[in-house]
Design a protein around this ligand. Sequence first.
Ligand SMILES: NC(=O)c1ccc[n+]([C@@H]2O[C@H](COP(=O)([O-])OP(=O)(O)OC[C@H]3O[C@@H](n4cnc5c(N)ncnc54)[C@H](O)[C@@H]3O)[C@@H](O)[C@H]2O)c1
Length: 278
Amino acid sequence: MSSPLHDVRPTFELTGRNYIVTGGAQGIGFTISRAICEMGGNVSIWDIQNEPVDKKEFDALSSKFGSKTLYIQTDVTKQESLEAAFQKTLDTFKTIDGCVPAAGIAIDKPFVDQTWEEFTRIQEINVRGTFFTAQMVAKELLKQKKRGSILLIASQSAHIALPGYRMAAYNASKGGVMMLAKVLGVELAPHGIRVNTISPGFVDSDMTRTVREAKASKREGEQMWLAPPNQRLSTQNDLTGAAIYFLSDASMHTTAADIAITGGLHAGTIDGLISYEK
Ligand SMILES: NC(=O)c1ccc[n+]([C@@H]2O[C@H](COP(=O)([O-])OP(=O)(O)OC[C@H]3O[C@@H](n4cnc5c(N)ncnc54)[C@H](O)[C@@H]3O)[C@@H](O)[C@H]2O)c1
């Protein structure tokens, strides 16, 4: 006997749900925050910057989509800062439905030149910040006996060594994030808390612009759009469909899963050509 059929469209709605997005002052975090609002959700953005980079666009979210929005200056590497942001968010929203810890940094440097301090900074933001943001949300969901969805931001760097780039500490951090989602997906599943990842490819952002522009060889920099089988740089918009899928009831039975949004690069490259300058 098969189950009765349901409409698909309403399962993507986030109406009245409350989410935390770290690193949402700009880039991927802001784009996902905007998508959450568009789908009816409310969002609390935590970022180390004192205000959203495009303040006008952030301020417009509530009037445009009828969402509640909060912006809290937060350093995800500091326990007190994270806890204060969480308390402020709860004071306003009362309940929580999930989070997207998107704060992250990357350094492109040969493995042998990466320093203790650089490695530590990357792990503190990308892994520890993600770990404890997810932990606070999971604790609250357990306390409130609510279902929830935690979406972590891994990377194609959790799947492959990037053509043209040398990012060992970053790869290690994103491998950690992807494994964290798998283990939490399993551990929290009996409580109705789902944990998944998206693995973006080379996305046009401040992060990739800085890394690309620091290249001595233009050809190496251009691997961002030469190497992916789709032959273009990703945009932040390429990520929103998967993000909403994972946060919403559309993915009710999906946990410990990853969607790679790389234009195919996580599976390999045919036309990517690298000419290192000697
Ligand atoms: N851009 C890409 O190609 C790409 C690819 C794969 C994964 N990602 C991941 O996506 C996420 C977002 O990246 P992005 O490209 O939008 O980068 P971005 O640099 O545009 O945004 C990162 C945000 O994190 C914030 N941040 C940095 N340190 C922080 C801290 N200590 N506390 C709080 N906030 C802090 C920054 O202020 C910034 O707003 C990161 O986790 C990144 O690793 C990016």
